[in-house]
Design a protein around this ligand. Structure first.
Ligand SMILES: Nc1ncnc2c1ncn2[C@@H]1O[C@H](COP(=O)(O)OP(=O)(O)O)[C@@H](O)[C@H]1O
Ligand SMILES: [Mg+2]
Length: 184
């Protein structure tokens, strides 16, 4: 285990459970406290070329949290390039949608995602990576939780809601838009 992760877990009295995944610039670990409650550690890779990923993720996630969006930010250690956050239990939208949710369930999901993206637009926080693969939206109890705020920004034009409209309904080359179209 990476020594920074090991040290962080010791300091925070957390225990390693398993590696959840590996993104372009970070590792994602599932950890738990002594009561067995799960959390997620997002840790920037040593060779990451991205500037201040952990700081950006934490700052933007905190902003999203003020309106109840995203996993709750729990703690940070910028020296170790770590962000600790709430664990969202559930599949990625890109997998879930192909398990054929009913029209009612998918409609409820879509309405809530539209509400969340409009709310992000209102506070001028542009997520930046909502479309594409659909891996930055997790599905918990049938409802969306937007994750991965490392490339979010308050300094550019905000278009979360329009990006999601395109992603869900308009992109003719997307298997996801096709699937959504079939169900709704
Ligand atoms: N808070 C979380 N709860 C559950 N799973 C998570 C959480 N954060 C990340 N993941 C998982 O790890 C993957 C990569 O995380 P993400 O923040 O998107 O990193 P990257 O910037 O590398 O894309 C996600 O697609 C998701 O499967
Ligand atoms: Mg991601």
């Amino acid at each position: 285990m990476h020594k920074d992760l090991k040290e962080f877990l010791k300091q925070k009295k957390l225990f390693f459970e398993k590696k959840l995944g590996r993104g372009f610039s970070s590792h994602i670990f599932l950890v738990k406290n002594k009561k067995g409650k799960y959390f997620v550690v997002k840790m920037e890779k040593d060779d990451s070329t991205r500037l201040n990923m952990a700081e950006k993720e934490a700052e933007n996630l905190e902003k999203a949290n003020t309106i109840g969006i995203g996993p709750k930010l729990i703690d940070t250690d910028f020296e170790k390039r770590i962000v600790l956050m709430e664990f969202i239990e559930g599949p990625r939208f890109s997998d879930w949608v192909f398990e054929n949710p009913s029209e009612t369930i998918l409609m409820r999901f879509v309405k809530e995602l539209q509400r969340q993206t409009k709310a992000l637009d209102k506070i001028k926080l542009d997520h930046g990576q909502l479309a594409g693969s659909g891996r930055n939206i997790l599905v918990r109890k049938g409802l969306p939780v937007i994750i991965d705020f490392e490339k979010a920004s308050c300094n550019r034009k905000c278009h979360n809601a329009s990006v999601i409209e395109g992603f869900l309904f308009k992109n003719p080359n997307s298997a996801i838009a096709k699937k959504v179209g079939e169900i709704l």
